[in-house]
Design a protein around this ligand. Sequence first.
Ligand code: PLP
Ligand code: COI
Length: 341
Amino acid sequence: MEKQNIDWANLGFGYVQTDKRFVSNYKDGAWDEGTLTSDANIVLNECAGVLQYAQTIFEGMKAYTTEDGRIVVFRPDLNASRMADSARRLEMPVFPEDRFVEAVVETVAANESFVPPYGSGATLYIRPYMFGSNPVIGVKPASEYQFRIFATPVGPYFKGGVKPLTIRVSDFDRAAPHGTGHIKAGLNYAMSLHAIVSAHAEGYDENMYLDAATRTKVEETGGANFLFVTKDNKVVTPKSDSILPSITRRSLLHVAKEYLGLEVEEREVYLDEVKDFAECGLCGTAAVISPVGKIVDHGKEICLPSGMEKMGPITQKLYETLTGIQMGRIEAPEGWIKVIK
Ligand code: PLP
Ligand code: COI
């Protein structure tokens, strides 16, 4: 298979239209068979539920070319189950989890020429999503939905690749207690746009959101979970019912414990104790592990000892082990790798 003529090494995290996308429609209480299509556009009624009341959810995962030339996807079954949780919370029909994984396989296989080569630094980002498609004017769930998956080749989420980030403690909240922070709903991202635009305008790469109830505990950023390392090499991640259960974070905790023999802790993390950590990183599908060098809390700078030049040593080991597993250099735990071809 001849690859597309793309400058893989210089790709940012942007949209590149690929050949095929998967589409399935839900009507009269059932999903149709679904199909691949070349049409990247969607035509909707002006009153579609998604346009009026933001009834939309999504997922994100990546396909990789391994060292030995296979194409694989990382843990798509967990994206399928998280999307089912998101659907239930927004009163949307669940797209069956086994069919979700099959559709991911079909979409990646149909866009094989867009899967970046091994060692290029790029990957194929896979975006499943679902939205209410029929007219809805009273506030209620739609009765018709579309489930789609497209794929787009991407480079690093943060400009500058793995250079440590500077983030700020946000005055805006991302998610309320008992709200929707734990699911991947478009509405969580719409309401973060003002916060990210103003963070960028003030020279920060991202926002650290605190818990909305007490504003004392670390939650997550707009698109990634936090991971901290203590001075005695323990890996700590915030536990909260209002953050997205990151698949990368869950995988990294396993890697830390089982591959690197580190102690791990998932617990509430207070903003007050962040100054005592040795390393900090943002983890997610798009972010992979992006090191944080500095956190600014209303003018007060918290400078991580790992500094502004490179990742801390434990973050680096976690990064190498996780990406090694994803790219076939290190043996993966049972069931983590879905082989496309
Ligand atoms: N938190 C938020 C708000 C996200 O959007 C994402 C991205 O999906 C993550 C965390 C990381 O989750 P995952 O590792 O499953 O990609
Ligand atoms: C992902 O990592 O897949 C996400 O959805 C995060 C988003 C901010 C790009």
